[in-house]
Design a protein around this ligand. Structure first.
Ligand SMILES: *Cc1c(COP(=O)(O)O)cnc(C)c1O
Length: 374
């Protein structure tokens, strides 16, 4: 039996040939492929302006800066995400204000969010967890009521939609990731969907040392920007992937439907919220019944590995990481995120997976839980 990774990118021969073309072209840094990738992404999100960079981490940091977030501002965000969602707030000298999440959607609780808005709040930074959109109507109603900027962490959510509106097609600043684990990749990469040409120009400066080119030989530096421009090599991969994104996401939905259909009715594992057709299923991560098991999660993962199945963890609650504990956060602050952080296991899900492999994962996970019942 083959070993199953928990995720795997699908790169076709056409994309590989396009990368080779770039390598032979003599132009490897940001050039025509980056422009082509940006305009293809802009088409994908209904004609809004898009700029690409080397990661979603860079995208989030730049988007917050463009939104005017700086020292002593507060940004409301979720403790259940990859660490960079909150790290970028600290990097700008601002303070994250965490709001706990729902156990099944893993998305930020919008009722609790509104009560945490204060005089220093500058922006809202929600995550569309695993590709399940937050309620965009309510989110933007809150933002308008309190005159706040929104930066959507859509690292999981390219191709997702909310009530038929594609993520990025509406809203304020929306950030995507093209890390190889995400629904589409450029090797590494990220993008910001922004509002107008002025914001696009600001993003261009932030991603390239703060530089503005003037005339034929002139140049000005307005602030010490990052060095986060994407290469044409990466953009060529992204162009090939974007062409197939809808196909990839359709396959993910089909595989997850099979997970749900074949999931035992008396399962002790807790399924994530199912959402609707707008869910792009970046990952499939049920919760382990640890309080009814004699083994811990690490041992569950080892036993799955010994059956040839890799399992991931997404994510430890951010406020329990050392950087955040040093700033005063502690266990008990956000109990739902902490519980997810302890119990979550990401099971294999990627477009090249088969329906039979889904069944193999379900059987293995339930066999390991059954053999270790307390
Ligand atoms: C992957 C991820 C990021 C960071 O993306 P990179 O492109 O790796 O920097 C940010 N937020 C979330 C929710 C992610 O999953």
């Amino acid at each position: 039996m083959n070993n199953l990774p928990f995720t795997k990118p699908s790169i076709d021969d056409e994309t590989i040939a396009a990368v080779v073309d770039v390598l032979r072209s003599g132009w490897l840094a940001s050039g025509p492929r980056v422009q082509q990738f940006e305009s293809a992404l802009a088409d994908y999100v209904g004609g809004r302006t898009v700029r690409v960079m080397t990661s979603a981490t860079a995208a989030l940091e730049i988007a917050l800066a463009v939104a005017g977030v700086g020292p002593d501002d507060e940004v409301i965000t979720t403790p259940m995400s990859w660490c960079s969602t909150a790290n970028v707030i600290l990097r700008l000298g601002a303070r994250p204000v965490f709001v706990d999440v729902d156990l099944d959607t893993r998305n930020i609780d919008l009722d609790a969010l509104e009560s945490r808005i204060g005089p220093r709040t500058r922006a809202l930074l929600p995550v569309h967890f695993a590709g399940l959109s937050v309620d965009l109507d309510r989110l933007y109603a809150i933002a308008r009521r309190h005159r706040l900027r929104v930066v959507e962490d859509a690292a999981h959510a390219i191709g997702s939609s909310w009530r038929g509106r594609r993520i990025g097609a509406t809203g304020d600043l929306v950030c995507f990731s093209f890390h190889p684990n995400k629904n589409m990749t450029s090797g590494e990469g990220g993008a910001i969907v922004c509002n107008d040409a002025d914001e696009a120009r600001q993003i261009e400066r932030h991603r390239f040392n703060g530089v503005e080119r003037i005339g034929v030989d002139g140049l000005e530096v307005h602030f010490p920007g990052m060095k986060a421009n994407l290469s044409d090599i990466a953009a060529a991969i992204g162009i090939g992937q974007l062409r197939r994104l809808d196909e990839f996401n359709a396959r993910r939905r089909q595989l997850v439907a099979h997970y749900f259909d074949r999931w035992p009715a008396d399962s002790m594992l807790r399924l994530p919220a199912r959402g609707d057709d707008g869910h792009s299923w970046h990952m499939f991560a049920p919760l382990l019944p640890l309080d009814r098991m004699k083994i811990d999660r690490a041992e569950f993962m080892r036993r799955m590995q010994s059956r040839g199945i890799a399992v991931g963890v997404h994510y430890r609650a951010i406020h329990t990481l050392a950087t955040y504990r040093k700033l005063g956060w502690k266990d008990g602050d956000f109990p739902v995120a902490e519980r997810i952080g302890r119990e979550t296991v990401t099971l294999p899900l990627f477009p090249e997976m088969t329906l039979a492999e889904v069944e193999r994962v379900i059987d293995a996970a339930h066999a390991v839980v059954a053999e270790s019942r307390a």
